[in-house]
Design a protein. Structure first.
Ligand SMILES: [Zn+2]
Length: 194
């Protein structure tokens, strides 16, 4: 369980910003963990803004919705730089599905943190081939805190870190997860469809 280092310091005028990354496979609860942290910041009466790439239109246009339907209103943006324009004077910036942004999100997150904001980003750390999903590796390297959450392997019940694609399609991004993907452990991921 992630414990915030100190929520109180974000009330102070001389607050230091920080970067947090929540990573893992599909069905690992990344968005739930993001929402949990944002809700705690709201309880602490901090100003929270949430963004997600507009590519992700699987659910409601303006909500960060996790699969268990907890929702927080969010703003879809086309480009990473839009977040700089829209973040305003908020204390905490949440960014969901951060793997769908290009590498400019690294600069954007750094600028936000350097200006004193707490930036919490959730995203897939590996693609369906088990390869690092840019820009996540970069964000994980520069973040103060990285939390890897795990799914449960849908084949054997072990902890799962991989997103196994059930359909034949080579594009890196295929939305519509329930039908197209399974969370799998290393062994079951390597066994493939056999
Ligand atoms: Zn397994």
């Amino acid at each position: 369980m992630f414990i915030e280092p100190s929520l109180g310091k974000f009330h102070s005028k001389e607050r230091k910003g920080q970067l947090e990354v929540i990573c893992g496979s599909m069905f690992s609860g990344k968005t739930e963990e993001l929402i949990r942290r944002l809700n705690r910041a709201l309880i602490a009466k901090q100003k929270v803004e949430i963004f997600k790439p507009s590519i992700d239109k699987r659910y409601h246009e303006e909500d960060v919705v996790s699969h268990n339907e907890t929702a927080i209103r969010s703003t879809p943006v086309n480009f990473a730089e839009d977040i700089l324009l829209l973040a305003g004077d908020c204390d905490v910036v949440g960014i969901d599905e951060v793997q769908f942004f290009d590498n400019r999100i690294v600069h954007v997150a750094t600028v936000l943190a350097n200006s004193g904001k707490r930036v919490i980003m959730a995203g897939l750390d590996m693609d369906f081939e088990g390869k690092p999903f840019e820009p996540m590796p970069h964000l994980m390297a520069i973040a103060e805190y990285v939390t890897k959450v795990h799914a449960i392997c849908m084949k054997c019940g072990e902890l799962a870190a991989y997103s196994f694609r059930l359909i034949e399609q080579k594009d890196k991004v295929v939305l519509g997860e329930k039908e197209s993907y399974e969370a799998r452990c290393r062994k079951c991921f390597n066994e493939g469809n056999s």
